[in-house]
Design a binder for this molecule. Structure first.
Ligand code: NDP
Length: 240
């Protein structure tokens, strides 16, 4: 029986590359998305991967969404918590709404998806949870206290849940991407982006497929001894 994976925010950007990499491994992949239905339809038409809309920051919506996926495709073995948003601004300008929304979606989404899927993985004795963190959660970033806090929280969440799942065959890991060539990074003003690229030792942005290969390995049987780790894929921009 093919394993079943959900990739949140799996219809575009890094998530799309992850959905395709897992499909290439023979896994039955379901992509979740937040609201861009036109992009989701184009993605499904092109790849054959079904797309389900729900807000990962909404606990009940995650439970209902995962229940629908199980009914249609069977028990969920793999979750990639990739959905993420930014609401950047310096502390003086950042509103409470900007803070709450980024924590709700980026960090709350990991909790909500784990609540919906981790108990089943544990019962069946096999599971993979991969959380997409960020270099900015490791090193901090000017104008991103909300995003850096959420992503740093994801790294802590990963280590804690890894300890709970280890004896039951459920691994929990994070990937901390550096700057990857997606719409999220295209939104960064060009002069700022030029300065960022100048600080990347390999001298370029990363590709979404380079993150996806890391996720694919962590989701494989060969990745069974890796748990609670954060894999940095960042062109050498931040090393520790
Ligand atoms: P994109 O902005 O290109 O895509 C974001 C995805 O998340 C979309 O599929 C979007 O759905 C989905 N999404 C957003 N909000 C929600 C929500 N509330 N519920 C469900 N889905 C939602 O992002 P990237 O591909 O650039 O980033 C993917 C992940 O990687 C994010 O977690 C990001 O923080 C992280 N990351 C990205 C880096 C980069 O350089 N790009 C660097 C480090 C980390 P929809 O299409 O419907 O809007």
């Amino acid at each position: 029986m093919a394993k079943v994976a959900i990739v949140t925010g799996g219809t575009r950007g890094i998530g799309e590359a992850i959905s395709l990499a897992l499909k290439d491994m023979g896994i039955t992949v379901v992509a979740n998305y937040g609201g861009n239905a036109a992009k989701a339809k184009e993605f499904t038409d092109r790849t054959g991967i079904p797309a389900y809309q729900w807000d990962v920051g909404d606990h009940e919506a995650c439970l209902a969404g995962c229940e629908a996926v199980v009914k249609e495709h069977g028990p969920i073995d793999i979750v990639v918590n990739n959905a993420g948003i930014t609401r950047d601004g310096t502390m003086q300008r950042m509103s409470c709404d900007d803070w709450n929304e980024v924590i709700r979606v980026n960090l709350g989404g990991c909790f909500n998806m784990a609540k919906a899927t981790y108990p089943g993985m544990k019962d069946r004795g096999w599971g993979r949870i991969v959380n997409i963190g960020s270099i900015n959660g490791q090193a901090g970033q000017y104008g991103q206290v909300n995003y850096a806090a959420a992503k740093s929280g994801i790294h802590g969440f990963t280590k804690a849940l890894a300890q709970e799942g280890a004896r039951s065959g459920v691994t929990v890991n994070a990937i901390a991407p550096g700057y990857i060539d997606t719409e999220m990074v295209a939104a960064v003003p060009p002069p700022v982006l030029e300065k960022i690229v100048a600080k990347i030792p390999v001298g370029r942005l990363g590709q979404a497929s380079e993150i996806a290969r890391g996720v694919a390995f962590l989701c494989s049987d060969e990745g069974a001894f890796i748990t609670g780790s954060t894999l940095s894929i960042n062109g050498g921009q931040h090393m520790y």
